[in-house]
Design a binder for this molecule. Structure first.
Ligand code: ADP
Length: 495
């Protein structure tokens, strides 16, 4: 099959969160399964270009437009771990992708609808006729209506369009005139069964457009697919989702197990094999990693479990409960490392205040930034990770942790509930129980689960090691999930 992903992120070169990891891992696995896979991405200034092989300009002159202005673009092509990637560089007066970041600009809507349009223009001009165009979240959702309403008529042949919803919260709301900029008559799409926003009928909702116009819609875990089909989980898009229920399926994310591999992870000071039969070796290596990291961070000698949290600090991730987890861990004489990127200034302020709290002393460390190397070192050195999300479409940190012998502690929601089974309370066979979970996203819930974590760590190391071994035995790779996507593609193509 010829598959083209049109996406706003690609790990490890341009990543803000899990979406980037998914494009990286899924595309690579699809290629290994024999498909012809290409990725189209904006040429951000922050891209780590050294990770690409044979980067060169493959199309010097690609013309696109915005309103009535013709805009010149160049396309760069390269491979990354064997997968062909095309980077679109607009020579645009607004320097759309030279902003030092991926998201968070006032004109994000204009940036990504322009990119989506130009990606289709590139497919048309380069005479690529993919079987599948796979789009991801609101930034590339407009590809679906645009392909069907305009590019099909211009001669672009596409077998089917598949949209993956990585997070329903972000929907890309804009004015009808924003669509007119890229050649769609905006007002025509202000209808209930098209792109009209269900909460504000004067607005266009890009993610809704993706759902309406794609042949198949996937979510990143089966539980999340079920959750968004309820009024609570579906929120303002509940009715849209209901209407398209039959074409929505949940496929659990995997992780890229070559990249996330403590045996050869170049970010680590001490490597170890995630092998359940070498558990003693693993425990020793993790202990050393912890000692080295604590020393580097000027924290005290190891005492109690080292718990971590690696996350975007946004409401979805329950920042209040992360704070509570830090304070309660310290109260119980454990240690804590938080690595959090905080796009919201208010939340950032809260955590800066906590960082300066004398209670943290030498037992907790907080870094408020995005730091890939540090993340890897924390996964390796920690005993456990806490993910207390309010909702979680899939979540990757709990899966990465299992691969690093770090026990996940999760709130039972979405993909967290699909991937972590409680060692004491799950009805799964014992060998599939890989962590701790709690139901209620409140202080009591966090205390209750941490009490059980501390009890196990301090009084039953044998049980703790069993949890780590069980985690190593779980297949978190993309193999199975990529097969599921293949099935979804064939059903979209009605083959
Ligand atoms: P989301 O996509 O909602 O941010 P996921 O759990 O699906 O959450 O994916 C998060 C990914 O981003 C993981 O690979 C995690 O290691 C990484 N990550 C999150 N926050 C940071 C950070 N502050 N620094 C480095 N990596 C981070």
């Amino acid at each position: 099959m010829r598959i083209v992903h049109i996406a706003s992120e690609l790990a490890p070169v341009a990543k803000a969160g899990g979406l980037g990891d998914v494009i990286h891992g899924l595309a690579k696995q699809q290629k290994q399964q024999g498909h012809h896979v290409e990725i189209i991405l904006p040429r951000y200034d922050i891209i780590q270009f050294e990770a690409f092989d044979t980067l060169k300009v493959s199309m010097r002159d690609l013309w696109s437009y915005e309103n009535s202005t013709q805009i010149h673009n160049s396309v760069w092509s390269a491979t990354i771990e064997g997968v062909t990637t095309h980077l679109i560089e607009p020579h645009h007066t607004s320097y759309y992708f030279n902003r030092g970041k991926i998201y968070g600009e006032a004109d994000d809507i204009s940036r990504f609808i322009y990119f989506s349009k130009t990606a289709l223009e590139f497919l048309l001009k380069s005479k690529k006729h993919p079987d599948i165009i796979h789009i991801h979240d609101w930034p590339t959702s407009i590809v679906a209506p645009l392909a069907k309403e305009i590019y099909k008529k211009l001669g672009l042949q596409v077998g089917a369009i598949v949209l993956t919803i990585h997070n329903l919260e972000h929907q890309g709301k804009c004015l009808a005139k924003d669509l007119s900029k890229i050649g769609l008559r905006g007002d025509d799409f202000l209808t209930e069964t098209s792109m009209q926003d269900p909460s504000d009928p004067t607005l266009i909702n890009l993610l809704k457009g993706g759902i309406e116009y794609s042949d198949i819609v996937t979510t990143v875990s089966p539980r999340y697919a079920e959750e968004i089909k309820t009024p609570l989980g579906g929120g303002n898009l509940y009715q849209t989702i209901q209407r398209h229920e039959k074409k929505i399926i949940g496929i659990l994310n995997g992780i890229e197990t070559e990249f996330w591999n403590p045996a050869n992870d170049h970010h680590l000071i001490r490597n170890y094999n995630p092998d359940p039969h070498q558990i003693r070796h693993v425990i020793k290596a993790k202990k050393q990693s912890k000692e080295i990291l604590l020393k580097k961070l000027k924290l005290s000698e190891p005492q109690g479990p080292l718990i971590c949290c690696i996350t975007r600090l946004v409401n979805q991730k329950s920042p209040e409960l992360i704070k509570e987890a830090i304070l309660y861990t310290l109260e119980k004489k454990g240690q804590f490392i938080l690595l959090g990127s905080a796009p919201d200034k208010e939340i950032e302020k809260e955590f800066l205040k906590l960082k300066n709290n004398p209670q943290l002393e030498s037992s907790a460390f907080i870094q408020l930034s995005f730091d890939e190397t540090f993340a890897h070192q924390i996964y390796a050195a920690s005993d456990a990770i806490i993910v207390p999300s309010l909702y979680e479409p899939c979540g990757l940190t709990q899966m990465i942790s299992m691969r690093y012998g770090t026990v996940p502690i999760v709130r039972k929601t979405g993909g967290l509930a699909d991937t972590v089974f409680d060692i004491d309370l799950s009805d799964k066979p014992v060998e599939q129980r890989t962590g701790f979970s709690f139901d209620f996203p409140d202080t009591k819930g966090v205390h209750w689960v941490l009490d059980r974590v501390f009890d196990c760590y301090e009084n039953d190391q044998k049980k703790w090691q069993t949890i780590v071994q069980n985690g190593f035995n779980i297949d978190v790779s993309w193999k199975h999930s990529a097969k599921e996507y293949e099935k979804a593609y064939y059903s979209a193509l009605r083959l």
